[in-house]
Design a protein around this ligand. Structure first.
Ligand code: FES
Length: 99
């Protein structure tokens, strides 16, 4: 995780060899991270996207989370990217508004 001054969007890109356990990378999260980054930039949102290895919610992935201490977005995918971006931005705004 980062020591960035403000919130960060964490995207798990963990990829496990073999199929004995699920992993977000095997479910397309690298591309999801790229699309989230592009989508946030297109909306003028200064929210860094950090690619990390596992958020401990492997069975529910792809896993995305606002940090520090923000919402999880489980089962995130690219099927409705606009709606996911809306939810991420709403969560980010709530993090920014914290005292
Ligand atoms: S592999 Fe993504 S949360 Fe664990």
């Amino acid at each position: 995780m980062t020591d960035a001054a403000g919130p960060t969007l964490l995207v798990c890109i963990n990829r496990r060899p073999g199929a004995h356990r699920p992993s977000c990378g095997a479910r397309g999260s690298e591309r999801l991270a790229d699309l989230l980054e592009d989508g946030l930039a297109a909306r003028g949102v200064a929210l860094p996207v950090e690619r990390i290895r596992c958020l401990g919610r492997c069975d529910d992935g792809p896993t995305v989370r606002l940090s520090p201490g923000g919402d999880f977005f489980l089962g995130a995918d690219t099927a409705d990217l606009a709606a996911l971006l809306d939810r991420v931005i709403d969560g980010w705004q709530r993090l920014e508004a914290r005292p």
